[in-house]
Design a protein around this ligand. Sequence first.
Ligand code: ZN
Ligand code: ZN
Length: 231
Amino acid sequence: MFGKLTAPTVDLLFPRRCLVCGSFDTHLCERCAGAVRIQDSQRCSVCEAPTPWGLTHPGCLNSAKLDGILAAGNFKQLQYLVHAMKYQLLQDLAVPLGRILTEGVRHYGLENFFSDFIIIPVPLHAAKLRYRGFNQSALLAQTIASELALTLAPRGLERVKNTDSQSMLPKPQRLQNIRGAFACPEPEVVAGKKILLIDDLATSCATLHECAKVLKRAKAEMVWGLVLAHG
Ligand SMILES: [Zn+2]
Ligand SMILES: [Zn+2]
């Protein structure tokens, strides 16, 4: 009888329930998505000290670093939902989580600042993409690009090295692990442009700095990160 499951049958057998309150029909209901706290303070991605809007301190900035990172929400509140999206493969969480990114941008009044940025998701290696079936950062990027009417360059970066998961490694090894992992296959798309990199969670920011370094080598003018939370 399980030979051919249609989508409605799957929903009947495994009904979608809100991961926070348990209500039916969705993995994150509107009420619980609306209760996610937007982060009131931001930190520098290099020295971790507070800074307005997540701007990298002038003394912390160089051509291998992000110009800034905006973290929309609270790490403890969002980590569980991001893990559910990635590891329980709950792809449809990307829409409500993507809207939280948009809310973060609006909370800080940065819609105008980002209005001439191009959106690029942090890419997954092809092997990981085959395994998971989707890149959560690319789905988040689609949502925010459509909500803020920004240009999306889904292939602005490519992952050329299949690295170990950064979260499994101690902080000092993360930079080493991620080095050389990215390439810029279409440099003409990023040259002279401002880039907004989208990722789910940032901890050491090693991945985002490595992306920024590659994009700046390809002559990107400025590179910011936008993430759900900065741990
Ligand atoms: Zn709920
Ligand atoms: Zn700093």
